[in-house]
Write a protein that binds this ligand. Sequence first.
Ligand code: GTP
Ligand code: MG
Length: 389
Amino acid sequence: SDRKYDPYRPTSFDQITRDAKDFCQELMPKPEEETRKLALLQKLSDIAVEVFGEAEVLPFGSSGNGLALANADMDVCVFLNPKEGSEDVSPVEFVERIGDRLEKDPDFENILQLKRARVPIVKLNHVNGIACDIGYQNDLAIWNTRLLRAYCRVDERVRDIVVIIKIWAKRRKINNPYTGSLSSYAYVLLVIHVLQRQGVLPNLQTIVAANGKVPFWDCQGFNRYFFEDIPNLSHYWQPTPESQRQSIGELLYEFFRYYASEFRYANHVVSIRSGGLLTKEAKEWTKDHTQPPPLQQQQQQQQQTLVPLSEAPANDTEQAQSAPAADSKPVVKNRYLFCIEDPFELNHNVGRPVDRYSLFTIRGEFMRAAKILSRKGDGVITRLCVERE
Ligand code: GTP
Ligand code: MG
């Protein structure tokens, strides 16, 4: 094969694979947890109908894509079907009305109405132990959840690998977009990219069942088409024989090795919708920039000449440094240090919270992980996922 010389490559992956499988078994949510989630979903659905009339509540994120760990939060999204002629409910109004109704129900605790977030949501805890985020009319989130679920159904190994990467990222404290690291969603995209390279996964967004071109199925201006008929996938795509032989251990090692020493952070963009890599130049993802609210634009431009952007604060929702007007919205910062293209929202860098400090930490963790997996001995996965202080 054309594999590059790798002095650290383990000679056998059997031990890693065995450890990984045991580890996954423990982290799977129990059926009892699924039951509690379904009950909560039903309850939220009843409440949404009561408040808004016609309403549908759909799970997304890990509770919708089959990639949940035990005790994971539940993300749900409410869709309304307002009657002809009636006025649309704005996101802020939605948060207020459903939030106020939930306040009256003793089954819900710690209710937070996040009206000014980039995407307004209600956060709460249900007395049955489940934490839940309630969003509003986010079609793309539902579609990318379904895309991820489809990839999971292509090959059993996807789930196990994702579960280990998620727990590793959480324990190593590099799974928090608010502090400059990556969301779970970003890690799943990174895994799919590596598995596409290895021939384990196809590019579902370019497979077309009927002869012809890839159709354009509009969703908020983006193409949400992908091949979803996984039971019939084999008529259109076959995994390589080599990829079928690769164990979970080997694929995990490949994941870490790739991001530790092959992926070129300075030039490359991970793109699962193109089945490979794009360049930052081709996407014009070369300059970090801010998106100030229109009224503040001038003030912001002045500020940019004073403060180099690379020194700007890391946080996604951080306020501008010079005292902003009292009613100003947060300034959104887009960085292009770690570039991960959203599969549908092609102008969205899912890795945009990453700044140069957190990138250093994350790359260090990839290297640490590859090194640990290349050593022999029991309990490699436990060592891999040791809590970082
Ligand atoms: P855990 O909550 O850690 O179990 O992971 P998760 O699979 O629920 O992923 P996460 O909470 O990171 O994201 C939830 C969902 O938000 C994703 O499945 C996407 O549907 C949606 N999403 C879309 N764009 C973004 C993005 O840029 N960042 C994040 N965090 N989520 C996004
Ligand atoms: Mg989630």
